[in-house]
Design a protein around this ligand. Structure first.
Ligand code: ATP
Length: 442
């Protein structure tokens, strides 16, 4: 992109969206048919980036030592959603503007001084009364489309964990406190999706439910709040753009005793990326009531005390987390006329690029061999097209931490130039040391 246009940039989110499309991170769903509103596809680099984020999350959970993994199904017995409160409570207040016909959420709309809701599109105060709108997607199981065959696409992955609490505890011989984690798709028929992949109707969640003795809830709440905050920092997120927001009494969900959001300062303002909730014994109690199965836990470590465990939940959107990583990495370096994605090497979708100064001949062959060798250990790209400056810019735009340039001297001295993405500094190192260099620096 030219500097002239960079100077005019007003909407960083539009720039990031455009870069994501141009460089294979995120495409609009069904684009050749005009797109499907609020649905997005991860392109080759997006899927690699999201996979890295999900792996970091999963590994951090498993490394905790007392957490088991799960992959429960998207469709569940409809009773689950009665027990969870989703049929009754999973609603947003829907309002229509009488003037411009915009449809929006009353609780996220601006208000005038007297507290009257204003249309976020045209500013009119001529809006309908709020009606509750259930966010769950419905479909039918089997060929007959009637009420008795109605099932829901899960709006969160958590319920799959609660209904498997006893299965996991007994099969894995786990005792409280312990946790269950899962990554999976969730669906919500959002009234006002938007801000690129921030709020979509289909998204991925990474959720962990930690089962504790009721007296230990606060201790574990504090523990998980800090752990989860640190996790985002470890991914390279700028500390100044990350904050903890405790819920006030009015913000608390019907199931929660206390809750924190972890918020990121997106180009459109501070918004939630993760929720940490003390859900008390609400969920297991309700599932006990609705399933009529005894879900009390007998604690052998506490003289066989019987109780319904409390649950501390950590819930983060994989796509929303990816958006925070994309926004945080995006950097316009006007001095060097480049856009650079400053991903932490941990999440960067491509770790190194191999750039030969000649396509063919001995140098091309040597470069291909280096590429093949490195590619079996790290995600690498091979690029022999265009000037070296252009190739560096291309790698900067996808956030590749290191470029390895092979020139004619490489044939003689068996050395390669390492170009660092952020500082643009160049070092020359022995080809035989490249692997150790990448191992140490990635
Ligand atoms: P919001 O207030 O933004 O609607 P929420 O409080 O309903 O979010 P939770 O139910 O706590 O969100 O979901 C946990 C996490 O799942 C959120 O922090 C977010 O990262 C992710 N998430 C929820 N809804 C969406 C969505 N529509 N699109 C993308 N991610 C979502």
């Amino acid at each position: 992109m030219l500097l002239a246009t960079m100077a005019k940039v007003k909407d960083p989110l539009a720039e990031i969206t455009s870069l994501c499309k141009r460089r294979g991170f995120v495409f609009q769903s069904s684009e050749i048919y005009g797109g499907l509103n609020s649905c997005w596809d991860c392109g080759p680099l997006g899927v690699a980036l999201k996979r890295n984020i999900k792996d970091l999350w999963w590994n951090s959970m498993i490394a905790h030592g007392d957490i088991e993994g799960l992959d429960s199904s998207i469709l569940m017995a409809p009773k689950v959603w009665e027990a969870s409160g989703h049929i009754e409570n999973f609603t947003d207040p829907l309002v229509d503007c009488k003037k411009c016909k915009a449809r929006f959420r009353a609780d996220k709309a601006p208000t005038d001084e007297a507290g009257k809701i204003l249309c976020p599109e045209c500013g009119s105060d001529q809006v309908t009364e709020a009606r509750n709108f259930n966010l769950m997607f419905k479909t039918f199981m089997g060929p007959v489309e009637n009420k008795g065959n109605e099932v829901f696409l899960r709006p969160e992955t958590a319920q799959g964990i609660y209904v498997n609490f006893q299965n996991v505890a007994s099969s894995m011989r786990r005792t409280v406190p312990f946790g269950i984690c899962q990554i999976g798709k969730a669906f919500r028929n959002e009234i006002t999706p938007g801000n690129f992949i921030f709020r979509t109707r289909e998204f991925e969640q990474m959720e962990m439910q930690f089962f504790v003795h009721p007296e230990e809830d606060q201790k574990w709440m504090d523990h998980w709040m800090e752990k989860r905050y640190q996790w985002h920092l470890n991914m390279g997120i700028n500390e100044k753009k990350l904050r903890k927001h405790p819920h006030g009494p009015k913000e608390l969900a019907h199931y929660a005793k206390s809750a924190f959001d972890i918020e990121y300062e997106f180009p459109f303002g501070w918004s939630e990326i993760e929720g940490v909730h003390n859900r008390t014994d609400f969920d297991l109690n309700r599932h006990q009531e609705y399933s009529k199965k005894n879900l009390t836990y007998v604690d052998v470590k506490r003289n066989n005390e019987r109780y319904i465990p409390y649950i501390i939940e950590t819930s983060v959107g994989a796509d929303r987390s990816m958006l925070s990583v994309l926004c945080d990495a995006y950097h316009e370096d006007s001095e060097n006329e480049r856009i650079v994605m400053r991903f932490s090497p941990k999440v960067a979708p491509v770790k190194a690029a191999i750039l030969p100064l000649q396509k063919k001949g001995e140098l091309g062959e040597l470069s291909q061999n280096v590429y093949k060798d490195l590619q079996s250990h790290w995600a690498c790209q091979y690029d022999d097209g265009g000037s070296i400056g252009k190739r560096y810019r291309r790698q900067d735009e996808i956030g590749t931490p290191f470029c390895l340039t092979l020139d004619f001297d490489s044939l003689e001295d068996k050395k390669v130039t390492v170009r660092h993405r952020d500082s643009m500094k160049q070092d020359r190192i022995d080809l035989s040391n490249v692997k150790d260099f990448l191992k140490d620096n990635l």
